[in-house]
Write a protein that binds this ligand. Structure first.
Ligand SMILES: Cc1cc2nc3c(=O)[nH]c(=O)nc-3n(C[C@H](O)[C@H](O)[C@H](O)COP(=O)(O)OP(=O)(O)OC[C@H]3O[C@@H](n4cnc5c(N)ncnc54)[C@H](O)[C@@H]3O)c2cc1C
Length: 324
């Protein structure tokens, strides 16, 4: 089982956690970042990587995926240890901090913890007929478009993510077909129109009936039931964009004050537990606004206060990065 040692464990690799890992490095702290998802970026990567974001300081418009790439590159300077695909499950006091137990049995020994867990652990809503196909052609989000070059891809769903994926895949994949169980879509009408204008086929009032493999077990198609008749669509990849459920999960057992699924913090971002801080969507205080911009500021506040909590001789103000 893995055992990682660091000054600061950041729980959650969304925008707030990624920026915190940069900031912790800037403050001279060794950092590990754990996230249940297999990719960094939190809600941005999971739900809207292809959307333009207009309210991040310094970027008139930035695509979600590009923002995350920039955050990872910014943090890379200080070489944080990423523990992706791992859930932080338990928090136990030690003489000089904590031992955090991971759901797979690994441990992280750390002097402080910053919880940047957003809405909690994301779990993709499953496509019932897709049981057993995860990793064999069935995905829930797309870390890299290149993987789908020259593939026939079927996107299942009718929300914004389904249509965003269709838009993003269209220039890359051999074909893109969108399958939805109703004829109405939850997605923004403008995005639906854009996908239609590209000529992406929308198969509506349709149920996914079966995944079809060749003799080697590779995915080659998808059977869908439309009006009681079975139609077979070519598919080497199926993107199930059915949304995510979010659950604070084990964090609720960590002895923190939780108010409506958010952790209460003071103006230093400290929680009810010494050396445990929280920032980003998961934390709350009077006047709290859940935005990427506020998460960045909270990350900087939290890390500077953690630096002092770990070393009372350290200055709260970090100095200017431009002075390096
Ligand atoms: C469709 C959509 C559009 C949006 N557009 C904008 C916008 O234009 N501008 C804007 O400012 N904001 C926007 N937001 C909100 C913005 O995405 C969030 O405010 C931001 O992602 C919060 O970042 P975070 O790092 O705090 O949390 P998150 O992005 O939620 O990341 C938290 C991470 O923590 C992980 N995690 C949780 N618990 C654990 C655990 N126990 N162990 C390991 N990992 C854990 C989760 O898997 C997740 O990856 C939008 C949100 C959505 C859904």
């Amino acid at each position: 089982m893995s055992r990682t040692t660091c000054d600061l464990l950041v729980v959650g690799a969304g925008p707030t956690g990624l920026y915190a890992s940069f900031y912790a490095g800037f403050r001279g702290l060794s950092t590990a970042v754990v996230d249940t998802l297999p990719e960094a970026g939190g809600q941005v990567t999971a739900m809207y990587p292809e959307k333009l974001i207009y309210d991040v300081a310094g970027f008139p418009a930035v695509r979600g995926r590009e923002l995350v790439t920039g955050l990872v590159a910014q943090a890379a300077r200080y070489e944080p240890t990423y523990l992706l695909g791992e859930q932080a499950a338990t928090l136990t006091d030690t003489d000089d901090g904590f031992e955090v137990g991971l759901a797979d049995g690994g441990t992280v020994v750390t002097r402080a913890v910053l919880v940047t867990g957003g809405l909690g652990t994301f779990t993709p809503r499953p496509l019932p007929t897709g049981a057993g196909w995860a990793g064999r052609g069935l995905v829930h989000f797309i870390p890299s478009m290149d993987v789908h070059a020259d593939q026939d891809v079927v996107v299942v769903g009718g929300g914004d993510s389904a249509f965003d994926w269709a838009l993003a895949l269209h220039p890359v994949a051999r074909s893109v077909t969108l399958v939805h169980r109703r004829a109405k879509f939850r997605a923004h009408a403008g995005t639906v129109d854009a996908v239609k204008a590209l000529g992406v086929e929308l198969v509506t009032d349709a149920q996914v009936a079966d995944f079809i493999s060749d003799t080697d077990g590779h995915l080659v198609g998808l059977d869908v039931l439309v009006d009681g008749a079975t139609r077979t669509l070519p598919a080497q990849a199926v993107v199930a964009a059915l949304g995510f459920t979010a659950d604070l999960g084990p964090i609720t057992e960590w002895g923190l004050d939780i108010d409506h699924r958010q952790i209460t913090v003071d103006s230093t971002m400290r929680t009810a537990r010494d050396r445990v801080y929280a920032a980003g969507d998961i934390c709350t205080y009077p006047g709290k606004v859940n935005l990427i911009a506020t998460g960045f500021g909270e990350a900087a506040t939290a890390v500077n206060n953690i630096a002092v909590a770990l070393d009372p001789d350290a200055h709260l103000f970090p100095g200017h990065s431009s002075a390096e």
